[in-house]
Design a protein around this ligand. Structure first.
Ligand SMILES: NC(=O)c1ccc[n+]([C@@H]2O[C@H](COP(=O)([O-])OP(=O)(O)OC[C@H]3O[C@@H](n4cnc5c(N)ncnc54)[C@H](OP(=O)(O)O)[C@@H]3O)[C@@H](O)[C@H]2O)c1
Length: 298
């Protein structure tokens, strides 16, 4: 996928779930992006993506050329019992978006997750690795991906992992809050992955927009920050960068039971997005430092 397009017409880009942490980072990046794109930001109050008729109407009325779907059901543990709601948003609504994208020849950029994998691997998962989710959240996201493939729409499915930002609820903000209140934090040191700054992912998504006309079918990409660490390593880095004095204690997963199972190892192979799409990816620690610094200013 070497060819980039240059067009003189303005491209309408719809971002759904625009009040979520990724959505808000896309808003920030869009504000400093050139005027080749006209961004339309909606969240559930303006446009519920489970409402197929409203979605179709919106696409037609706004001549949308690209959908960036940042809406999702992301409460991993709650999904274990809230199966219908997770399925509606992560699977059925995504199927509806894909069918609408197919009908209007719109490119669908959809965000998926490392939790579509079971974590039994010992080397990074490639874009071709078979899906085998071990949680309801992972299963509903995998079904969303399958629905996109089955629809025949033009799509970019971007899997990411361990997302954090200055917005919303995420691991970095939780550790910073607990770091001020607790004496000791117990963090699992036998689950490995890669943290991802939602700001970096947002910038990558906007860069990928220049490929919109050359994507003819469904392309799967992986984007995470460079590196491979445990949640314990991640927490230690947050505490260190923030100058907190809390002790971080390593514990096994068995000491921290959760409703949903997590993959033991969910590192994503990033080679395709780097080599075929020319996206450069910062190291996890550099991006974390920027976000921690911003959070400490609040
Ligand atoms: N967070 C992670 O660690 C992580 C890791 C890997 C992949 N991902 C994927 O990355 C993507 C972005 O995640 P995120 O952390 O930015 O999610 P998020 O903060 O939970 O944002 C999702 C947004 O979608 C909105 N939404 C919910 N139902 C909707 C509906 N019916 N119609 C329109 N919007 C609706 C939510 O509104 P409410 O808040 O009002 O519900 C929220 O603003 C998701 O696809 C997620 O699966 C996330």
């Amino acid at each position: 996928m070497k060819q980039e397009i240059s067009s003189s017409t303005v491209c309408p880009v719809w971002v759904s779930g625009a009040n979520g942490q990724l959505g808000r980072c896309i808003r920030d990046c869009a504000a400093s992006t050139d005027s080749r794109y006209r961004f339309l930001f909606t969240d559930i109050a303006e446009l519920d993506i489970t409402d197929g008729e409203a979605v179709n109407r919106f696409l037609v009325e706004n001549r949308v050329e690209v959908i960036i779907n940042a809406a999702a059901y992301t409460a991993v543990d709650k999904a274990e019992t809230d199966i219908a709601a997770a399925t509606l948003l992560n699977s059925s609504a995504v199927a509806g978006l894909a069918q609408a994208a197919r009908a209007h020849n719109t490119l669908l950029i959809h965000i998926s997750t490392d939790y579509v994998f079971d974590g039994e691997a010992t080397v990074p998962y490639t874009v071709e690795s078979p899906l085998h989710p071990i949680s309801v959240y992972g299963a509903t996201k995998a079904a969303g991906e399958e629905a996109i493939r089955a629809s025949g729409c033009r799509a970019l499915i971007i899997r990411t992992s361990w997302l954090y930002s200055v917005y919303g609820h995420n691991f970095v903000k939780t550790v910073l809050q607990l770091g001020q209140a607790a004496h000791e934090l117990r963090m699992v040191n036998d689950q490995f992955g890669a943290p991802t700054s939602a700001h970096d992912l947002a910038q990558a998504i906007i860069s990928l927009l220049s490929y919109r006309s050359v994507i003819k079918d469904c392309v799967v990409l992986h984007y995470a920050n460079e590196g491979e660490i445990s949640w314990y390593d991640f927490a230690c880095a947050i505490v260190e960068l923030a100058g907190c004095h809390v002790v971080v204690a390593p514990v096994p997963t068995s000491a921290c039971p959760t409703a949903a199972r997590r993959p033991r190892y969910s590192v994503l192979d990033l080679s395709r997005i780097k080599t075929e799409f020319g996206i450069t990816i910062p190291c996890w620690r550099d991006s974390l430092k920027q976000v921690v610094e911003r959070l400490l200013q609040f």
